[in-house]
Write a protein that binds this ligand. Structure first.
Ligand code: NAP
Length: 255
């Protein structure tokens, strides 16, 4: 059963987005699972069962995002989760690769915010998934770091613009979380251990731990909280980001 709150989770077919969709459904929201991977979104919505639904969307395509929000109508919660990174020194990185990451992680987040801001009801909440890399630089991750830093600031600007309308805007900035996106990291010897050492608590995060924060930020229990970018990383923001590119180069040399 749903208590009447309508939520969309964009990037909801996998990882942190899927955990968030699941947790919002458990918190009595009616959830639209939206993703570039339309089949994955349909499978996930079917897993949640009635009254939850699925949609295909590409956050880099304004018409696609506009259509998604028109189809849903007025809503209460938007979780903006689509994103991925790239690896390469600034002097080597193809401009198109830089643009591709920024297009999804920042411009895509802006397009989602634009329509979320039009359709969220009073009392509504936009929660974006930023990253530890929005504040902690990493060698070889210029596009992702710059895009996520931009997303963190976009969150603050939107919170200012929509506060008077009773709409809150926050972000969660996770450290390393085990998801399909990061599955390749476990194939690189020592990298996951380095990520864990970069935390105070000494381990990677789980998607469900990010989803718990998303549920809180989406709910009236956080009614006075807006413009916040929540570090959720086991204390990794207190330390130094691992040398991901160094690990990858070492592996390439060994082969
Ligand atoms: P994930 O498992 O790969 O899930 C991301 C989902 O977003 C995928 O289903 C993906 O679809 C979808 N997506 C990609 N491009 C899209 C687009 N243009 N339009 C709509 N959907 C799109 O990744 P995750 O690890 O859960 O990451 C979710 C978010 O958390 C990302 O923004 C990521 O940057 C952020 N984050 C992750 C970590 C981490 O350690 N995992 C840490 C900090 C921040 P396809 O599979 O079809 O591409």
């Amino acid at each position: 059963m749903s208590n009447g709150r309508v939520a969309v989770v964009i990037g909801g077919a996998s990882g942190i987005g899927w955990a968030s969709a699941n947790a919002l459904a458990a918190d009595d929201c009616r959830v639209v699972v939206a993703d570039l991977n339309g089949d994955g979104a349909r499978d996930r919505a079917a897993e949640l069962g009635e009254p939850h639904t699925a949609a295909q969307v590409d956050v880099t395509d304004e018409a696609s995002v506009r259509q998604l929000f028109e189809d849903i109508g007025p809503l209460d919660v938007v979780v903006s989760c689509a994103g991925f990174g790239s690896l390469g020194l600034i002097t080597d990185l193809a401009v198109d690769e830089f643009r591709g990451v920024v297009d999804v992680c920042l411009t895509g987040a802006f397009i989602v915010a634009k329509y979320a801001g039009q359709k969220l009801r009073e009392g509504g909440s936009l929660v974006s998934i930023s990253s530890l890399n929005g504040r902690q630089p990493a060698v070889g991750m210029s596009a992702y770091c710059a895009a996520k830093a931009g997303l963190s600031m976009l969150t603050e600007v939107a919170a200012l613009e929509w506060g008077p309308r009773g709409i809150r805007v926050n972000a969660v900035a996770p450290g390393f979380v085990e998801t399909p996106l990061t599955a390749g990291s476990s194939l690189i010897p020592g990298l996951v251990e380095d990520y864990a050492e970069n935390t105070a608590i000494g381990r990677a995060g789980k998607p469900e731990e990010i989803a718990d924060a998303v549920v809180f930020l989406a709910s009236p229990k956080s009614a006075w909280l807006t413009g916040e970018v929540l570090d959720l990383n086991g204390g990794a923001h207190l330390k130094k980001y691992p040398d991901v590119l160094g690990h990858v180069m070492k592996l390439a040399e060994a082969r």
